[in-house]
Design a protein around this ligand. Structure first.
Ligand SMILES: Nc1ncnc2c1ncn2[C@@H]1O[C@H](COP(=O)(O)OP(=O)(O)O)[C@@H](O)[C@H]1O
Ligand SMILES: [Mg+2]
Length: 314
């Protein structure tokens, strides 16, 4: 059964369509990922689901209730971890979590226990008296998460919660999200990092320019491009070389799905079946581009994104 259902959602800012007929369902107890580059419409979609933003068309149902009709009660089910860290610098870590928990309506005997547990959960037990300005970026991100989960929400919505954090905090955050799911929460998670989404999400919707271009489990999505291989050629591009013309011509070769040239690294996504690797190498030789190194990679979500959009997921 779906816990969140988004059907043909459209959100416009003036004439500009930020979310363009997006539909997906989130099952109870899963981590659902929205993956896409900046500007894809991830935050806008989350803001609609959390009732922070109005929308123009479509239907959004959370826990069986239409969010337009039941805004207040739906708000209480949700914990939002916003993309821009929203914590108060003049309050301690404990006071911050307490403040947000009370905003969400947490009261009574559970209050102190939940606030303490939320800080423990994000690994900030020894920082309860610290003020955010004394914390590292990763700690502030973790505090931001504690503020969104202390009231035990059934639906946790996290908008790029790992941006700008060190590897250790990142691991901690990803593990915490898994744990929240294992405890029964439903999580909607956005990121522009393919690896993270692959690592923690049960199902993934890929967004680009306001549209949903694919949706499924990671194996389902990757199976759409199993006949594709990414070939990375390290070369030395001579001065005055017309990179654009080279890419344009190579892209038109049989079996080539996409090409991206960045400095001395050229990535060509090719069809395995058409044995196009030889032709690509020949093309480098024809253009007198040296091949200093060559490696290939099995398809992943990035390959799918390049195949569907012609661009890299960034
Ligand atoms: N308040 C706003 N007013 C006008 N345009 C906006 C506003 N918020 C977002 N946008 C635009 O909508 C598009 C989607 O934005 P957003 O949902 O923030 O994408 P993402 O979170 O995937 O980076 C972007 O082109 C962005 O510039
Ligand atoms: Mg965003």
């Amino acid at each position: 059964m779906s816990y969140v259902s988004v059907d043909n959602l459209v959100k416009k800012y003036g004439e500009f369509t930020a979310v363009d007929h997006i539909s997906f369902n989130v099952k109870k107890g899963e981590i659902f990922g929205l993956l896409g580059p900046n500007g894809a419409g991830k935050s806008t979609t989350l803001n609609v689901i959390t009732t922070l933003t109005d929308f123009d068309k479509g239907e959004v149902v959370v826990d069986g209730r239409d969010i337009r009709q039941d805004k207040k009660s739906i708000k209480q089910l949700i914990g939002m971890v916003p993309q821009d860290i929203a914590i108060y610098n003049h309050l301690t870590a404990y006071e911050n979590v307490k403040f947000f928990a009370s905003l969400y309506g947490l009261r009574g005997s559970k209050f102190t226990k939940n606030v303490t547990e939320a800080l423990e959960f994000v690994g900030l037990s020894d920082k309860i008296k610290a003020k955010p300005r004394k914390m590292s970026g990763g700690m502030r991100r973790r505090l931001n998460i504690a503020c969104g989960i202390a009231h035990d929400p059934q639906l946790i919505v996290m908008d790029e919660p790992t941006v700008g954090v060190d590897a250790q905090s990142r691991e901690h955050i990803l593990n915490s999200i898994r744990l929240l799911r294992d405890r029964g929460a439903t999580v909607i998670y956005t990121s522009h990092y393919m690896q993270e989404v692959e690592e923690i999400c049960d199902r993934i919707a890929i967004l680009d320019k306001g549209k949903m271009i694919a949706c499924g489990t990671e194996p389902e999505l990757v199976s759409m491009v199993t006949d594709v291989m990414s070939v990375y050629v390290e070369t030395k591009i001579p001065l005055g070389f017309d990179r654009e013309a080279f890419c344009k011509k190579t892209k038109l070769m049989p079996g080539v799905k996409g090409i991206i040239a960045e400095d001395s690294l050229i990535r060509v996504d090719i069809s395995i079946e058409q044995n196009s690797i030889e032709r690509i190498i020949q093309e480098f030789i024809n253009y007198e581009l040296p091949i200093n190194n060559i490696k290939s990679e099995v398809p992943n979500l990035d390959t799918l994104f390049l195949t569907l959009t012609g661009r890299e997921l960034r």
